[in-house]
Design a protein around this ligand. Structure first.
Ligand code: C2E
Ligand code: CA
Ligand code: CA
Length: 758
C-alpha cells in the first residue's frame, strides 16, 4: 500500500522523458469508444494505489507490441476509481490489479464486481501483491477467473511482459469467440429473416440492413447485380439501395454518374471477393449462372480480422438467401410451366389469352385445344412412364413442326394448346402431325387428336372463358365421332344455357313423374321370337313434348342426376319384368342401360342388389348394358366391379360394340356375356362387301370368345338376312318392333304367340 495516492479521476502526465507513459484523456476515450476490431492497441488498466507501480509498469512495457498492436495504458489508483473507469471504458484487455488497496481485499472485491456486477468476462486480470507470501485464496483466483497472480517483486520486465502478453492473447481469443458468437447469431437470424422475404428487392434491402447491423452502422450503400446479355454490354443494376444512395434503387449504376461506386462494384464482381478500400466496404455474393451480387457500403474505418471473417460468413449466408430468391423466381416460373414437357401451362395460356384479348390484335388469333384420343387407354395399357414419354414427344412435335410464331402449351393431362395467328392455326395442319407415328421406347405409337377451336374475334369474355369455350368445342368434336375438330360458335354458348335450363327441367320433371320407360323387344333371328326387351327411357315434359334420351341422358350424367334416375329405371324395369313373368312370359330377359356415371358410383352394386330384392326379379333374367367406351376405362377397377355384378347373378352386355377399341385380351378379362353390335355397323352391313364388315368381325369374335351377340338397329329384312347368314343369333330393331309401352309390349308378345300358334 502506498501513501502517494493521486486524486481520484485526475490522471496526471508524467515527466517528458517518460512520454511513453500517458494517461488517457477522457474525451479521447469516449471518441474511440466504438467497436473493438478497429481499435489499434491493447488497452491495459493498471490499478494500484502506489504511483511507482504505475510508472514501472508502463516503463517495463514501453514500446512493446503484442499481436501486432501497441499497448495503451489506463490508470486507476483505487478499486473505486477502477470500477468507475471500467464502467466507462470499453475494450480493456488486461487489468493489472493490486490486491490490497483501500481495504485489504479491495482488489478481490473489484474482481468480484467485474465478473459478477459488470459482467465483464473477457477482461483478463493479473493480480499483484506487494506482500510476498500474501496470497489470495486459490478459490478466489479460480472462482473469478483470474489469469495470473504475482508478487510485485516478481514482476521483472520479462515476467511482466510474458504475463501481459499471455493475458492479451487470451483476451483476444475470448473476444474473437464472443464476437463470432454474437456475430454468428446475428448472421443466423439475418439468414432466417432473409429467407422469409420474397422478391429480390426485399431480400436485397434486407441484406443492406443486416450488413449495417453487423458493421454497427446505419443502413447505407447499394446492392447490385450484373445484368448481362441481350445485345447490350454488361450493366450493373442496383437492386436495392439505402442511405445517401437510396435514389439509385432500381437504376443502372453508371460509371459516369457514380465513378467510385461503379468501380468498387465492378472490382468486387471481377475479383469475386469483398474489398475494403477508399471509404467503401464491399461484399461479394456468388450466385447461380454467373448472376453474382455485390454490396457496396460506405465504410470509413479499418476492418478487423474477425469482422472480415464474419462478413465472409454473412456473404455466404446471403448468397444462399439470394439463391433462394432465384429459386422462388424459378418456382414462380414453374407456376407458368408444365413440368413434364417444359411447355407453358394452363395459367400461362390464360395470361397469353388475356393479353391477346386486351391487345389490338385480338381479332387475329385462334386458340386450338388438341386432345389426344384414347390417351387414358394408352396410359393404362402401356404404363404411365410410356404415357409421359408420349406426351413429351407430342409436345415436341407440335412445337417444332408448327409455325414457329405459334405458342404451344400443355394445359392438362392429354390436352395441348396451340395459340396464335388465325392463319397459322390450321386444324388440318395440326392433325397432319399425328399421321406419322411417334417413336417411343423403341415402339411406334399411332395417336390421333381431336381439336376444339375458338376464333378470338368471336369471343368477348376473358382468357379463361376462351379456354372454356374451346373446351366446349372440343367436347362437341369428341361427341361427334370422327368429327376431328370443331370451332366454337356463339350458338354453342346458347346451347349451353339451354342445357342448364334442361337440367333444371329434368330434375323437376323426374320428381313430377314425367319419365317413363319404353320396352323394345329383342328377338332370336332364326325364329324372330322375342326372348327379351331393352328398357329405354322416355321423357314427356309438362307441355307434352317428348324429349329423346340422347338429349337428356348426357345432361342427367353431367349433373349426376343419372344416379337417382338410373336406380328408378332399374326398379321400374325389374318390376315390369316381374309383371311380364306373372303374365306367363317366364323365359323373358330384361336389358337395362347403365351409364358410366352410374356404374362408377361406389354404391352401384348395393343399389343393384336392393333393386333385385325389392322387386323380387330373378337376376338370371336381368342384363345390364354398359357401353364399350366404359369397358375401356380403368381396367382393374372395371374387372373387379363387373365381377361383383356377376356375383349377383345378373349378366352383362357391351353396348355399342365396335365403336371403341376393346382389345381381345381386355375383353377376355371382363366377364361379359354379350356383345351388342352398334347400329351404325348394322346400317352399313348392306353396303359393304360380304366378309369385310365390322358386324361380321364382331360376330366371329363373339363365337371365338363364347359370347352371345345381338345386332341392334335392324330396320329391314335385308339386314336381318345378312345377319342371319353371318351367324348372328340375336337382333333388335324397328323391323321387329319399336320401343313399346308396357301394355303395347304385352299385346305385341301376345300377337307373337298367336302368330306362332297359327
Ligand atoms: P342404345 O342403348 O343404343 O339404345 C338403342 C337406341 O336405338 C334406342 O334409342 C332405340 O330406340 C333405337 N333403335 C332401336 N331400334 C332401332 C332401329 O331399327 N333404327 C333406329 N334408327 N333406331 C333404333 P333411344 O331410345 O332414343 O335411346 C337412345 C340412347 O339413350 C340409348 O342408346 C341409350 O344409350 C340411352 N338410353 C336410353 N334409355 C336409357 C336408360 O334407361 N339409361 C341409360 N343410362 N341410357 C339410356
Ligand atoms: Ca342399349
Ligand atoms: Ca346401342
Amino acid at each position: 500500500m502506498s501513501a502517494q495516492m493521486p486524486p481520484t479521476g485526475t490522471p496526471t502526465e508524467t515527466s517528458d522523458d517518460r512520454d511513453d507513459l500517458f494517461f488517457i484523456d477522457e474525451a479521447e476515450a469516449a471518441a474511440s469508444g466504438d467497436a473493438t476490431a478497429q481499435r489499434a492497441s491493447w488497452r491495459i488498466l493498471v490499478v494500484d494505489d502506489d504511483a511507482d507501480v504505475h510508472s514501472t509498469t508502463t516503463f517495463a512495457l514501453k514500446n512493446v507490441e503484442m499481436q501486432g498492436r501497441p499497448l495503451e495504458f489506463l490508470h486507476a489508483y483505487s478499486a473505486q476509481e477502477a470500477r468507475t473507469l471500467l464502467e466507462r471504458e470499453p475494450d480493456i484487455a488486461v487489468l493489472l490489479l493490486d490486491v490490497v488497496m483501500e481495504r485489504p481485499d479491495a482488489g478481490l472485491q473489484l474482481v468480484r464486481q467485474i465478473r459478477e456486477e459488470l459482467g465483464m468476462i473477457e477482461l483478463r486480470i493479473i493480480l499483484r501483491t506487494g506482500q510476498p507470501g500474501y496470497a489470495p485464496e486459490l478459490d478466489a483466483i479460480r472462482g473469478y477467473d483470474i489469469n495470473d497472480y504475482r508478487t510485485k517483486s516478481e514482476l521483472t520486465r520479462t515476467k511482466l511482459y510474458t504475463a501481459v502478453a499471455a493475458a492479451v492473447r487470451s483476451y483476444q481469443q475470448l473476444r474473437a469467440l464472443d464476437a463470432s458468437r454474437a456475430g454468428l447469431e446475428q448472421i443466423v437470424t439475418a439468414g432466417a429473416q432473409l429467407m422469409a422475404l420474397h422478391g429480390v428487392r426485399d431480400v436485397a434491402q434486407g441484406v443492406l440492413l443486416q450488413a449495417a447491423t453487423l458493421l454497427g452502422q446505419q443502413a447505407a450503400g447499394v446492392l447490385c447485380v450484373r445484368e448481362s446479355g441481350q445485345g447490350r454490354p454488361d450493366v450493373l443494376h442496383v437492386v436495392a439501395a439505402a442511405g445517401a444512395h437510396a435514389f439509385l434503387e432500381g437504376r443502372e449504376l453508371s460509371p459516369q454518374r457514380d465513378p467510385l461506386l461503379a468501380a468498387v462494384a465492378g472490382r468486387t464482381l471481377a475479383a469475386r471477393a469483398g474489398l475494403a478500400a477508399d471509404g467503401w466496404l464491399s461484399l461479394h455474393f456468388p450466385g447461380k449462372a454467373g448472376r453474382d451480387f455485390a454490396a457496396c457500403i460506405p465504410f470509413e474505418r479499418g476492418i478487423g480480422d474477425i469482422e472480415r471473417r464474419l462478413l465472409d460468413v454473412f456473404a455466404s449466408v446471403v448468397a444462399v438467401g439470394l439463391d433462394n430468391v432465384e429459386l422462388v423466381t424459378h418456382l414462380n416460373q414453374a407456376a407458368f410451366r408444365d413440368q413434364l414437357t417444359g411447355l407453358p401451362n394452363r395459367t400461362r395460356v390464360v395470361e397469353l389469352l388475356d393479353a391477346l384479348l386486351a391487345g389490338p390484335q385480338r381479332g387475329a388469333a385462334t386458340l386450338a385445344l388438341v386432345d389426344l384420343d384414347h390417351f387414358a387407354e394408352t396410359n393404362d395399357a402401356l404404363g404411365h412412364h410410356f404415357g409421359d414419354l408420349l406426351l413429351v414427344a407430342v409436345g415436341k412435335r407440335l412445337k417444332s413442326q408448327l409455325d414457329p410464331t405459334l405458342d404451344v402449351a400443355r394445359i392438362g393431362g392429354d390436352i395441348f394448346c396451340v395459340l396464335g395467328d388465325a392463319g397459322a392455326v390450321q386444324p388440318a395442319a395440326i392433325q397432319a402431325l399425328f399421321r406419322v407415328p411417334f417413336h417411343i421406347d423403341g415402339q411406334d405409337v399411332q395417336v390421333s387428336a381431336t381439336l376444339g377451336l375458338v376464333r378470338l374475334v368471336e369471343h368477348d369474355g376473358s382468357g379463361a372463358d376462351a379456354l372454356k369455350d374451346a373446351d366446349i368445342a372440343l367436347k362437341r368434336a369428341k361427341s361427334q365421332q370422327r368429327a376431328g375438330h370443331f370451332y366454337f360458335s356463339r350458338s354453342m354458348g346458347v346451347e349451353i344455357r339451354e342445357r342448364v335450363r334442361m337440367m333444371h327441367a329434368l330434375r323437376s320433371g323426374f320428381q313430377r313423374g314425367e319419365l317413363f320407360l319404353a320396352y323394345q323387344p329383342q328377338v332370336e333371328l332364326a325364329s324372330n321370337r322375342a326372348f327379351g326387351a331393352e328398357a329405354l327411357l322416355r321423357w314427356r315434359t309438362e307441355d307434352g313434348r317428348l324429349i329423346g334420351p340422347d338429349r337428356f341422358i348426357p345432361i342427367a350424367e353431367y349433373s349426376g342426376l343419372i344416379v337417382d334416375i338410373g336406380e328408378w329405371v332399374l326398379r321400374q324395369a325389374l318390376a315390369e319384368l316381374v309383371r311380364l313373368r306373372a303374365s306367363g312370359h317366364r323365359a323373358f330377359t330384361m336389358s337395362v342401360n347403365v351409364s358410366q356415371v352410374q356404374f362408377r358410383h361406389p354404391q352401384f352394386v348395393d343399389m343393384l342388389r336392393r333393386a333385385l330384392e325389392l322387386t323380387g326379379a330373378p337376376p338370371e333374367f336381368v342384363e345390364l348394358e354398359i357401353t364399350e367406351s366404359m369397358a375401356m376405362e380403368e381396367p382393374s377397377l372395371l374387372v373387379e366391379k363387373l365381377a361383383q355384378v356377376k356375383r349377383t347373378g345378373v349378366s352383362i352386355a357391351i353396348d355399342d360394340f365396335g365403336t371403341g377399341f376393346s382389345s381381345l385380351s381386355h375383353l377376355q378379362r371382363l366377364q361379359v356375356d354379350r356383345l351388342k353390335i352398334d347400329r351404325t355397323f348394322v346400317t352399313e352391313i348392306t353396303g359393304s362387301a360380304r366378309g369385310s364388315s365390322i358386324a361380321e368381325m364382331v360376330i366371329q369374335l363373339g363365337r371365338n370368345l363364347g359370347l352371345s351377340v345381338i345386332a341392334e338397329g335392324v330396320e329391314d329384312e335385308r339386314q336381318a338376312h345378312i345377319l342371319r347368314s353371318l351367324g348372328c343369333p340375336l337382333a333388335q330393331g324397328f323391323l321387329f318392333a319399336r320401343p313399346l309401352s308396357p301394355e303395347a309390349l304385352l299385346e305385341w308378345l301376345g300377337n307373337q304367340a298367336l302368330i306362332e300358334a297359327a
